[in-house]
Design a protein around this ligand. Structure first.
Ligand SMILES: [Zn+2]
Length: 447
């Protein structure tokens, strides 16, 4: 739900690109500090915003495509909107979040001096083997990068390390990654297919897994392996309410960092943004301050106060990888007991097929849940899934109607406690309506 609408931002771009196909190049070529670009299938919006917040903290004026137009036409039109009549951008630097399909053309036109690539997740594509197509397309684009460009890559994602092979001479590659054994899983989560070596097809061996297919891996056949990153995240402390703290080992020494958004995936996003900005020469103090003051405007995780010392924490769930990540974040504190409400709809925007719930590791909740309320159109399917995950039926309650379901759940929440709610997309919209009707202050949310 973009407040300006896709048509609203893309139309001037369409007209401009038709008139002058070089306009994007002209606009960005005049930026004194050049441009940077963020690519990736998961978390690139948050990463771009973290990146931008750091640049702004360092006093730079940044031209960007924040309105959500990350296709080529949208990019052109947002920049045109920010430009003066003589075609100049009143900015020091450009920072662009670019859609995976738009990457080849955007790179050719903008010629960024730094490209940060987060990851390549299959489930964000179409689940039909498109991952190979996208990877090939990215590799071909990287081959065309000009000397002097820097590529900042996530060492924990095998695809990123594979892509580094295509960097031409004169293109610098910088890696970042996590090294924090207490948070590592030893088995690939349910949702991930066996990760195969991109070079030779052999099943990769993982010594540590952090999220999905990301971790410390090597191929026992051809030797393809995770390189030692230039920027290493250590000593991670996750907190659902306050974001995360970690130490980033950089080539110039360790940095204590804090990021105001929760979850291990945001540690990756923050590490990418920090590695990129430090590589650009931004002072460590600005990186630290920028990350710390960042608050998620997208509100994928929101905290709502009920006004009586009771709280709700809402975390949108869209797919197994994201859901598993939320569950891991919630169960990170080994002594904490959980009271949850899981709201599953199966409308078009949620995905009609709810079989994906079987790819979510609800099993890790079995020993931790005090109580689970399920709601939404598929409340009974969800209750059933929890039962199969080993949660005692006496702890599970279901009710399709979301308002009634919430009331039921709230009966179990004592002062000082939080109800953790994980809704699908349309369930989140309905839930927000219910909360607004109850007179609660619900933070702005856009998706
Ligand atoms: Zn191999």
């Amino acid at each position: 739900m973009h407040r300006t609408g896709r048509g609203g931002t893309a139309l001037p771009g369409l007209v401009a690109a038709t008139i002058d196909p070089f306009i994007l190049r002209d606009l960005t070529a005049r930026l004194p500090g050049g441009s940077a670009m963020v690519i990736g299938t998961n978390g690139k919006t948050t990463t771009t915003r973290l990146f931008g917040t750091i640049l702004e903290t360092a006093g730079l004026k940044v031209a960007n495509n924040r309105s959500g137009s990350n296709l080529l036409r949208g990019l052109t039109s947002t920049l045109l909107n920010q430009a003066s009549l003589d075609g100049k951008l009143a900015a020091d630097m450009g920072l662009f979040e670019v859609d995976e399909a738009a990457f080849p053309k955007a790179q050719a036109k903008i010629l960024p001096k730094l490209i940060l690539i987060n990851n390549l997740f299959r489930d964000q594509l179409d689940r039909y083997g498109e991952i190979d197509t996208v990877r090939k397309q990215w590799a071909n684009t990287i081959k065309t990068m000009v000397p002097g460009t820097t590529l900042v890559l996530n060492a924990d994602d095998p695809s990123m390390v594979y892509l580094a092979r295509f960097a031409p001479e004169g293109v610098r590659t910088v890696f970042f990654g996590l090294d924090h054994p207490p948070l590592a899983l030893t088995e690939l989560p349910h949702a991930v297919d066996a990760a195969r070596c991109i070079v030779c097809g052999t099943t990769l061996i993982y010594d540590a897994i952090y999220i999905s297919h990301m971790g410390h891996y090597h191929c026992p056949n051809c030797g393809f392996h995770r390189p030692d990153p230039d920027f290493v995240v250590k000593a991670i402390e996750l907190s659902v309410e306050d974001g995360s703290q970690f130490v980033l080992n950089t080539p110039d020494g360790p940095l204590d960092l804090k990021v105001g958004v929760p979850g291990l995936y945001n540690v990756y996003n923050a590490a990418g943004a920090a590695a990129a900005t430090l590589t650009l020469g931004i002072a460590p103090a600005h990186v630290k301050e920028g990350l710390a003051k960042f608050k998620s405007v997208f509100g994928r995780i929101e905290r709502v106060s009920l006004g009586d010392d009771r709280y709700l924490l809402l975390a949108l769930v869209k797919n197994p990888v994201g859901f598993n990540e939320v569950l891991r974040m919630l169960t990170n504190d080994p002594v904490k007991r959980l009271k949850m409400m899981i709201v599953i709809n199966d409308l078009y925007a949620d995905g009609r097929d709810v079989s994906w719930l079987w790819d979510v590791d609800f099993e890790i909740l079995a020993e931790r849940l005090d109580f689970a309320q399920t709601g939404g159109l598929r409340a009974t399917d969800m209750a059933n899934r929890l039962k199969y995950a080993g949660i005692k039926p006496s702890k599970i309650s279901w009710e399709e109607n979301i308002a009634a379901s919430l009331e039921k759940a709230l009966e179990y929440i004592e002062p000082g406690e939080t109800l953790y709610i994980t809704p699908t997309y349309t369930a989140m919209l309905q839930l927000r309506e219910v909360l607004t009707k109850k007179g609660l202050v619900v933070p702005f949310w856009e998706e």
